[in-house]
Design a protein around this ligand. Structure first.
Ligand code: AMP
Length: 122
């Protein structure tokens, strides 16, 4: 298990869920919320988060209810349709320090709108 162990409510995505800071919504259900990334890394860059509290995809993978896992996974194609990503897109989830995770509330990035190239630049 990675070493982020306890969910810290004082993170940016927790604040967005509680509407303490604004966000630009793309899709929302009882289980998930998707909004535009504030610092887009591609012409289209949206972040999908569960409304329940998980530190990372690692934590989510170990601890989440099946209903929430299904909701997160199903939301990806729905959001891809909303964003009209017909030519393809990339999903990324950074996990922990070495994975480059900055915000410790589980999220999936969905990026598209151009040819994205190789997964990691050497
Ligand atoms: P990660 O590095 O995987 O934790 O990704 C965190 C992402 O959150 C980055 O792409 C940031 O640009 C994005 N981000 C940070 N603050 C906000 C915010 N207030 N609204 C939307 N996206 C944000």
């Amino acid at each position: 298990m990675i070493d982020i162990k306890n969910y810290n409510k004082d993170n940016v995505f927790g604040k967005i869920l509680r509407k303490e800071i604004p966000s630009d919504p793309v899709y929302e259900t009882e289980e998930v919320y998707a909004f535009k990334d504030i610092n887009p890394q591609a012409p289209i860059h949206v972040v999908i988060i569960p409304k329940k509290e998980y530190c990372s995809f690692d934590d989510f993978s170990r601890s989440s209810e099946e209903k929430t896992i299904l909701a997160m996974i199903r939301s990806i194609a729905i959001i891809a349709d909303i964003l009209k990503l017909k030519k393809g897109y990339r999903i990324i989830s950074n996990i922990g320090d070495f994975g480059g995770q900055e915000i410790p509330h589980f999220h999936i990035h969905i990026l598209g709108g151009k040819r994205l190239g190789r997964i990691i630049t050497p």
